[in-house]
Each structure stands twice: as C-alpha cells, then as structure tokens.
Design a protein around this ligand. Sequence first.
Ligand code: SF4
Ligand code: SF4
Length: 137
Amino acid sequence: MFHRRQKLRFQCTGCGACCIGNPNRYYIAASRAEQDGIRTFLGVSKAWFRRRYIVKIDENTEGIRMESDGRCTFLDRANRCRVYGVRPKQCRTYPFWPEVVATRSSWQSEAKTCEGIGRGAVIPLKRIEIALKTSAD
Ligand code: SF4
Ligand code: SF4
C-alpha cells in the first residue's frame, strides 16, 4: 500500500467536511456496541435513540443517520461532533482507511474532501497501521 512507501502528513483542522455526506454515502457505520456507547453518552432511551439517530438501510445494514442536508446527525452547527469522545471507529480512523491509503491517487483524491491531508507532521507508520487494523476489525 501507498502509506508504506510514502510518509503521510495529516492534521485535522476540524472543518467537518468528512461528516457531511455525498451522493455515495448515506449513513455512518456504527456497531451496536458503538451505538450503545453514544446512547449512554447522550443519556437518552434506546427507543428514542434508534428512532432519532439510526437509519436502517436493509435487513443487515444500519448506521448513524445523515440528515436531509447531508450532515451527520451529530454534527453541530459549528461543525463540531457532539459525540466526539464516543464516535464510531469509522470516524476515529479516518482518513486512514484501506481504500484511502491504497494509492497515491486515492490519497490525493481524498485530500479534495479532507483539508487535513498533507498538513502537519508526518504520521508514524505504526499509528497508521493501527488505524487500518481498527477500521478493518
Ligand atoms: S459521529 Fe461525529 S465524527 Fe462521526 S461523522 Fe458524525 S459528527 Fe462526524
Ligand atoms: S475533513 Fe479532514 S480536516 Fe476536516 S474535520 Fe474531517 S478529518 Fe478533519
């Protein structure tokens, strides 16, 4: 993979762009355990949480809802995550996803969405590998 051949720089600016959907992205993946962690953090009932924040795509697929304007339901008006400390691994590991670090072109293409890519210090390879493993688990 590209990330083993090239040092990758990344520093999140908090712009929120990765929390806003595009035509190919309709929900944020979150396991039941991750959903429970968010629900507990928010202090709401299970029924309310599922009704308000979870979208069911099909029999086997569900996740955190994107609102009609394409924003994750937990993204506040200042573009901050309201559940940052308990956000799902899909969010915690971004942008170190296999499909993003696969090639120079995929990394550069993602930089069109994420202004943090290419900024700041070089991220240690070990940290990238841990993120990749976490995102695949
Ligand atoms: S849960 Fe938080 S970090 Fe993840 S997409 Fe939603 S607002 Fe962004
Ligand atoms: S798009 Fe990149 S820089 Fe912006 S909030 Fe997401 S990770 Fe941070």
